[in-house]
Design a protein around this ligand. Structure first.
Ligand code: MG
Length: 253
């Protein structure tokens, strides 16, 4: 069931999402060669706590595995999403997806970006640019009168024209009192299908885009998702709300 939010509730999602965006910008500045993902995690956690937020991913439960131990998801190169922060050091040429969720005043915010470490290959650069652009192309479709499938189809068309592939087993989602609510927002699909987009909806759109196959696997840690062919993947995400018939990005500083 899609929960329509009041103006006051959207303001609370905006507040959480702003902390998410600030955390991402802070972590991005520290994502340099030689830094460990656990160090980035600590920076994120301290910032969120100092803003009276709660790291939303920490302790997240998933059947059959440990509760997620990090504040951030840190996913390097062939890792798509849900990478666990560790003592792994970032290396020149890596790309790292950083995903952050914050709970404050009972409402969540959720966003992600991919950062280049030092000098990256042309192919990775193209992947990152296309993934970020596809996010904004999807957001443009999140307007009253459209349907969820219009978001999905727009992302798919753009990405496939760029020669990249779309992760199919994971998707965007509604955001509110729960981190993951209805509707699901796939990054591929058919225009004109799915739920109608209405004022008061709050959703996270998050294309996960691969250079090679769209197929993914789960690592033995139970969390980290990586590409089946081990080729690089990128990920960008915003929490948005539909206000006055139009999308407004909430996860901005
Ligand atoms: Mg999300």
């Amino acid at each position: 069931m899609i929960i329509i939010k009041s103006k006051k509730e959207i303001d609370l999602i905006r507040e959480s999402s702003k902390i998410v965006a600030e955390t991402l910008q802070l972590v991005k500045r520290f994502a340099k060669e030689g830094t460990t993902t656990l160090e980035l995690d600590k920076i994120a956690e301290e910032y969120i706590l100092s803003n009276d937020g709660i790291p939303a991913f920490k302790g997240y439960k998933q059947v059959g595995t440990i509760d997620f131990p990090g504040t951030i998801c840190a996913s390097i190169n062939e890792e798509v999403v849900h990478g666990i922060p560790s003592n792994r050091k970032l290396e020149n040429g890596d790309i790292i997806s950083i995903d952050v969720g914050v709970l404050k005043n009972g409402f969540y915010g959720d966003a992600a970006l991919t950062v280049a470490v030092g000098d990256i290959s042309e192919e990775k650069k193209r992947l990152m640019e296309a993934t970020e652009k596809s996010l904004y192309i999807g957001i443009e479709q999140a307007k009253k009168g459209n349907r969820i499938g219009d978001i999905s189809a727009a992302i798919q068309e753009y990405i496939e024209n760029q020669g990249f592939s779309i992760v199919r087993d994971l998707c965007g989602h509604g955001v509110g009192k729960n981190l993951h609510e209805d509707p699901q927002i796939p990054n591929f699909g058919i225009a004109g299908r799915g739920a109608k987009i209405k004022n008061g909806m709050a959703i996270a759109i998050e294309p996960m885009i691969n250079i090679g196959t769209y197929k993914i696997n789960v690592a033995s840690d139970g969390w980290t998702i990586y590409t089946a062919d081990r080729k690089p993947s990128a990920h960008f995400e915003h929490t948005i709300a539909i206000i006055n018939d139009k999308p407004e990005i909430l996860s901005v500083v």
